[in-house]
Design a protein. Structure first.
Ligand code: ATP
Ligand code: MG
Length: 226
């Protein structure tokens, strides 16, 4: 096992189920946190691992904040929840970063008995199901797809079509309050000096101002629903 799993070893042998919540978390917000908590409670998951990505290939259209900041904001945001942990597994592994590699490493750490989940917004599930290694990914874990604004579950079902039929036994759903919060919107708000209070934990808000993240009006036109 590589050094990138070091921060998971203390959980070894202590859990029956683990959920991975992957994301860019640029920045992490209440949409992510509410979704992870709803999934944990609904499926009685022992621990949720937040896994900040390296710069993912599909996000090359805007400058992703250095991993150090995204990791620290994720730690700050999850500190008050005893079931939430943050893993450096993708940040510390040499690029390119594939979810399948993360699943393999997590499986290795926790062993074959542990039930593995991958939590994501319904929009992200649609992406995942188009990956080339989708069969292997589906072998490795169960998915918990959260509805988010603009992606009702019926839409998910319609777009998945035959894929959903094939994998329906591996895809669970969780309904989260319609949170229209997105990192894109938060970045835009900061750049435009508009408030971000109550969209994300205060500690993360303070971190953003302290390190002057997102202040320069960049091309924040990447939108999650596009
Ligand atoms: P960006 O606007 O930069 O794309 P984002 O808000 O979509 O950011 P990501 O880090 O891309 O955040 O998302 C990580 C995961 O959280 C994805 O699975 C995404 O679908 C999910 N997610 C993001 N925002 C919400 C939300 N408001 N409600 C439920 N799930 C969400
Ligand atoms: Mg997104």
């Amino acid at each position: 096992m590589g050094p990138e799993v070091r921060d998971l070893l203390h959980l070894q042998g202590k859990v029956k189920s683990v959920a991975i919540m992957g994301g860019t978390f640029d920045p992490i917000h209440y949409g992510h946190l509410v979704t992870a908590e709803a999934a944990r409670v609904e499926y009685q998951v022992d621990k949720v691992l937040f896994v900040p990505n390296r710069q993912p290939p599909h996000k090359k259209d805007y400058p992703v904040t250095p991993a150090k900041h995204r990791y620290q904001m994720t730690v700050l945001a999850t500190i008050t929840n005893p079931y939430f942990y943050v893993s450096r597994i993708e940040i510390d592994r040499p690029a390119p970063s594939y979810t399948i590699d993360t699943l393999r490493s997590v499986r290795k750490v926790f062993g074959p008995e542990v039930k593995l989940y991958f939590i994501s917004g319904a929009d992200a599930i649609l992406d995942i199901l188009t990956w080339k290694d989708v069969d292997e990914v589906m072998e490795m874990c169960y998915f918990i797809a959260a509805t988010r604004p603009g992606y009702p579950l019926e839409e998910l079902g319609r777009r998945l079509g035959h894929l959903l039929e094939k994998y329906s036994h591996k895809v669970y759903c969780v309904e989260v309050p319609a949170l229209a919060i997105s990192s894109t919107d938060i970045r835009q708000r900061v750049a435009q000096n508009r408030p971000i209070k109550y969209l994300l934990p205060e500690s993360v808000e303070n971190y953003i101002y302290k390190y002057r993240l997102y202040h320069d009006e960049g091309n924040w036109n990447h939108h999650p629903l596009k």
